[in-house]
Design a protein around this ligand. Structure first.
Ligand code: F6P
Length: 348
């Protein structure tokens, strides 16, 4: 008699979610398990939203962006009676195990449920931000970097035609992974990220230095979580504090516009801003993300089959391993100095 395995996707969607779901369903069905979709992240367990997930449902979803089981930023620990409802509905549905696909928030809940209630859950690391510890890469990140790189390439040609400074704002929340990687790939002239907060004055100096060297256009990549920093020591996070989610995250966005205004007024160079936003998260995953997501999905199903709960599939080097959910969610994985230095070798 096989197990009944639930699958949920939580937090912001991300290219490759469907590839994970497809792989996990195949592995589970192959060994005789039944798979159940838990709709819209933890909300599905709180509200009892389920449906069957068989081979027919996952047919053709490998290249599709988004998630066929829906997602939300619902936090059971912030909903009245949320955790009790999760446990009750899980039992009522006859589930034996859960595969939770998510980032630090979704997996943080999974980790806590496992620690506090011995909840039979395994995790899969998802996020375009690549900020999860315990894994070298999350799936979705490669796609986001590819989208941002293509945008930078396109902005290069128009920047050059008009002698402009083009500021590109990318996602990444409180880490600068997307900014640094797309900035390296696209040849950015300055990159501003939360981990290595270059001042506005220093960024302007780089642009002026370029102009003196005969290049009268520049590409500046800024991560949405970069705090506008000044030599005076003043710094400011551009965010909508009033729109915090159930995990306490404020809605970021807008620093690109503020930075472009500063650059234009301080250097006198005409500046424009492009905010890439959710374009980085939408659409079909790259081949690399499809492969990584597929390997993660198989690994998660294997962990369930082996009864190794409280674990998360992870990539170490080129090998799929597993790490504890607790370890993976303990702290954010930030961009190390070495990576930033690769990008900085080409500034100015
Ligand atoms: O975590 C993924 C992410 O895309 C971040 O880069 C971004 O700050 C946030 O989600 C945006 O969230 P929402 O989809 O709720 O606007």
């Amino acid at each position: 008699m096989g197990m009944a395995v639930g699958i949920l996707t939580g937090g912001g969607d991300c290219p490759g979610l469907n590839a994970v779901i497809r792989a996990a369903v195949h592995r589970c069905v192959d060994r005789g398990d039944e798979v159940v979709a838990v709709r819209e992240g933890w909300r599905g367990l709180i509200e009892g939203k389920f449906h069957t997930l068989g081979l027919r449902e996952v047919s053709g979803i490998l290249p599709r962006g988004g998630t066929i089981v829906g997602t939300s930023r619902t936090n059971p620990y912030k909903v009245e009676g949320g955790v009790e409802k999760v446990l009750r509905n899980f039992g009522r549905q006859g589930l034996d195990a859960l595969i939770a696909i998510g980032g630090e928030d979704t997996l943080g809940v999974a980790s806590r449920l496992h620690a506090e209630h011995d909840f039979p859950v395994v995790g899969v690391p998802k996020t375009i931000d690549n900020d999860l510890s315990g894994t070298d890469y999350t799936f979705g990140f490669d796609t986001a970097v590819s989208v941002a790189t293509e945008a930078i390439d396109r902005l290069h040609t128009t920047a050059e035609s008009h002698n402009r400074v083009m500021v590109v704002e990318v996602m990444g929340r409180h880490t600068g992974w997307i900014a640094v990687m797309s900035g390296i790939a696209g040849g950015a002239d300055a990159i501003l990220i939360p981990e290595q907060p270059m001042t506005v004055e220093a960024a302007c100096a780089l642009i002026e230095q370029r102009h003196r060297g005969g290049k009268d256009f520049s590409i500046v990549v800024v991560s949405e979580g970069y705090e506008l920093s000044f030599e005076s020591g003043e710094h400011q996070l551009v965010a909508q504090e009033a729109l915090a989610d159930q995990f306490g995250h404020v809605r970021l966005g807008g620093v690109g516009e503020a930075l472009a205004r500063e650059i234009e007024s301080r250097t006198g160079f005409e500046s424009r801003v492009t905010v890439l936003g959710h374009v980085q998260r939408g659409g079909t995953p790259t081949a690399r993300d499809r492969v990584l997501a597929t390997r993660f999905g198989l690994k998660a199903a294997d962990l369930v089959g082996e009864g190794r709960f409280g674990r998360m599939a992870a990539l170490h080097g080129d090998t799929i391993v597993d790490v504890s959910l607790e370890e993976a969610t303990a702290q954010l994985k930030t961009v190390p100095r070495e990576w930033y230095d690769v990008a900085a070798a080409f500034f100015g």
